[in-house]
Design a protein around this ligand. Structure first.
Ligand SMILES: C[S@@+](CC[C@H](N)C(=O)[O-])C[C@H]1O[C@@H](n2cnc3c(N)ncnc32)[C@H](O)[C@@H]1O
Length: 341
């Protein structure tokens, strides 16, 4: 592996790890305040990837700031470590799933943080490098693990789950209407021969749906499997409360999501921490103890500008939400009225 320091690219064999950071200007606009603390603020990029966002923030950070990166992908950690090696404010790049955030900061003896970024989904190399097994183009082991320390691959899932479990994955994470038909075809095919490569799975799907719908169906099925293999929604549900609980007053968390299932979790978590009553509808008064701890800073998520969409098509589904930790209100509950929704 070698680095071109100027570009921050890392090459392996004949390939270059290159990922265009999404909504870079917007991340800087909303989160650079979290790295400008000369007295030692702590900022975490929990999906550091190729370090595009973190390097931009490192360039703007005060000399007293402490920046950390984290990623579950060993290759990303190695790329980010090399790219950021000349920034003394960048203290460490950690290899871990972000759902372990609380233990990571405990080990680092960090109590509160001034900011965090989560840029969800996959990096371009994870998709583009066929051997990672995420893409339905080409033929490679059907892997899809973001982190090599994870145990279950996509191949193991399609060879072991039953029709109803596979259907649930394809329907829930891919909104695939033919999930049942495709799951039955998978289970029938593996009786003859295990499904080992991305090509094996593509061939089963091609023989089940017509050519007119094939590319979209492949995209939905591969996305659904990826979400399941990496427990992407479970990871997000676990990390957000840990990050919000660790924010100091005035600290900010920003999340870029790429599909509606992720954005819903971010929106609902921010709303819950903003004191939205979650009592069952019709309750005469609030008993859930909702408290306002967080202020969402944008009503609607920020999307990519026309200029960014032109140069980076992968930004088209990006949605950026930002929230700021606020002083806890003194009262027992932010709203005493029940949930009248
Ligand atoms: C869209 S890329 C981030 C790109 C990065 N912002 C940049 O500028 O290069 C998403 C990254 O998040 C990582 N990731 C996704 N889910 C994760 C999780 N649960 N824990 C840790 N890292 C995760 C992926 O491995 C990938 O490298």
């Amino acid at each position: 592996m070698c680095t071109d320091k100027d570009k921050g690219d890392v090459t392996r064999d004949d390939k270059t790890f290159s990922h265009q950071p999404v909504l870079l200007d917007e991340v800087i606009q909303w989160l650079s305040i979290a790295v400008s603390d000369t007295l030692g603020g702590v900022f975490f990029d929990l999906t550091v990837g190729g370090a595009g966002h973190l390097e931009a923030l490192a360039k703007l950070s005060a000399s007293g700031a402490n920046l950390y990166g984290l990623d579950r992908d060993e290759l990303a950690v190695s790329v980010a470590t090399k790219r950021l090696s000349t920034y003394p404010q960048v203290k460490r790049i950690i290899n871990a799933p972000f759902s372990t955030f609380s233990s990571v900061i405990k080990e680092l003896e960090i109590e509160t943080i001034s900011g965090a970024l989560l840029d969800l989904g996959v990096s371009s190399p994870q998709i583009d490098w066929a051997e990672r097994g995420f893409s339905f183009q080409g033929d490679a082991p059907l892997d899809m693990r973001m982190g090599q320390q994870q145990t279950t691959t996509a191949s193991e899932m399609v060879n072991s789950l039953g029709v109803s479990e596979l259907s649930a994955i394809f329907w829930k994470y891919g909104e695939e209407k033919r999930s049942s038909r495709i799951s039955k075809a998978i289970v029938a095919a593996r009786d003859t021969q295990p499904i080992v490569t991305t090509g094996d799975l593509r061939n089963i799907i091609s023989s089940t749906v017509g050519p007119a719908n094939l590319t979209r169906t492949l995209a939905r099925i591969f996305q659904a499997l990826r979400i399941a293999v990496n427990d992407e929604l479970g990871e997000l549900e676990k990390v957000l409360p840990q990050v919000i609980d660790s924010l100091e007053v005035g600290g900010r968390v920003g999340v870029i999501s790429y599909h509606s299932l992720e954005d819903r979790i971010v929106k609902q978590t921010f709303a819950r921490y903003a004191g939205k009553c979650v009592c069952p509808p019709g309750m005469p008064m609030c008993v859930c103890g909702a408290q306002k701890e967080l202020q969402p800073l944008v009503k609607k998520p920020i999307g990519a500008s026309a200029r960014e969409l032109e140069i980076n098509p992968r930004s088209r589904s990006a949605k950026f939400r930002i929230a700021e930790r606020v002083e806890l209100a003194n009262s027992a509950g932010a709203s005493t009225e029940g949930n009248n929704e």
